[in-house]
Design a protein around this ligand. Structure first.
Ligand SMILES: *Cc1c(COP(=O)(O)O)cnc(C)c1O
Length: 368
């Protein structure tokens, strides 16, 4: 069968490997497997959220509230916006897709950093858009400006901070760049890790309200999958001026979030102390990774997120290191697919990180 030809050279997104796979393939007890591969919150779901969704199991025969009134209100209140400025997606991933579908067709230009969230490129290619990337791996706004002047763009993706590298642009530099962008270009600010960045350094904080009021062509994306510990629930949100949001609604399928996901997100927003506590621990534990890397002479990228990217010299192959760790029940992310000899590790709990250091020591010894 012939399919849409844009799909021919499109690669499939490779998600972090699930714990189930390691249990199946290497026969490791699931309790022994540690997953530090998908930037989930390692401290687990807030007990208040667990209690809430458990109580809802009996209501599953009903469709969810498609207006998502309560969650939109809660988000609008938290960020001092109006519900009209909010759209909910099945993960912020789905809203990335809305952004592309609202602006792009065959031949459209989409501008992004060389090494950034893989789904930007995948969604853009699905509609036949052309990808324009900077030469630098990390976000370099001078290069973004140059490329924008040369090619223009229908959509610009800025991942602040950036996954999978962890670096973070300064708010003032972002604003300066955005001032030079035509109002017909959709600017997507992906704030999946903004909770972490703004905790570490106030100058990185992007205020969604200020962003969308200053730039009518900007969309701010947030997710419940990372700091809010709801990766399994698939809830993300987009903020923008009403005109953009109402256009996204034309693309959205009804009931795109489940009843449980809605309830979990609403409850998670009420437990801000839990989230802040997790973020504080994250940066405490991050120091241990920096110390470890320094001690081994590995280069790492200073991170504003809940993960850290460590590069290897030629004497170590990241793919081999990741595979050997996997066989010992430790799941991390190899970045070979991004053209880097590097690994990305989600910062785990104190105990998980200790285990990672022990296992990585073993692997390094075996590869000597
Ligand atoms: C995790 C992540 C997302 C989206 O995650 P969802 O689970 O779909 O909400 C978006 N952007 C970046 C950069 C991410 O790391």
């Amino acid at each position: 069968m012939k399919f849409n030809k844009v799909l021919k050279n499109l690669s499939t997104y490779e998600a972090g490997k699930p714990i189930e796979l390691v249990v199946r393939e290497y026969g490791i007890d699931p309790k022994e497997v540690v997953k530090l591969a998908s930037n989930e919150n390692p401290y687990g779901t807030s007990p208040k959220v667990v209690k809430k969704i458990s109580s809802l199991a009996k209501n599953m025969y009903l469709y969810p509230d498609d207006s998502m009134f309560e969650l939109k209100e809660a988000l609008a209140n938290k960020f001092q916006l109006d519900s009209k400025n909010v759209i909910i997606g099945s993960g912020s991933d789905q809203i990335l897709e809305f952004c592309i579908h609202a602006k792009c067709k065959t031949g459209s230009n989409v501008l992004m950093a060389k090494t950034t969230f893989a789904m930007y490129e995948i969604y853009a290619k699905q509609v036949g858009a052309k990808i324009i990337k900077t030469k630098s791996s990390q976000h370099n706004l001078k290069e973004f400006s140059k490329l924008y002047k040369k090619h223009g763009a229908d959509v610009i993706f800025l991942c602040i901070p950036n996954n999978p590298l962890g670096e973070c642009l300064d708010k003032k530099d972002v604003y300066k760049f955005l001032e030079s962008i035509d109002k017909n270009t959709l600017i997507v600010v992906d704030g999946a890790y903004q909770e972490y960045a703004s905790f570490k350094d106030e100058s990185k904080k992007i205020c969604p309200k200020d962003l969308i009021n200053t730039f009518p062509n900007a969309v701010y994306l947030g997710t419940f999958s990372k700091a809010y510990a709801l990766g399994g629930m698939r809830v993300g949100y987009g903020f923008a001026q009403e005109k953009i949001i109402s256009t996204f609604y034309k693309i959205r399928a009804p009931f795109n979030i489940t009843t449980l996901s809605l309830a979990a997100a609403i409850e998670a927003l009420k437990d801000e102390d839990f989230v802040q506590d997790c973020i504080a621990k994250n940066f405490e534990e991050m120091k241990r990774y920096e110390d470890y890397a320094n001690q081994k002479g590995f280069e790492y990228i200073p991170s504003y997120t809940n993960f850290i990217t460590i590069r290897f010299e030629e004497n170590l192959v990241s793919k081999v290191v990741a595979q050997k760790l996997l066989e010992k029940g430790m799941i991390i992310r190899d970045l070979t697919g991004y053209g880097m000899n590097a690994i990305r590790i989600t910062i785990g709990t104190n105990e998980q990180n200790t285990k990672l250091f022990t296992l990585l020591d073993e692997v390094l010894e075996e590869l000597k």
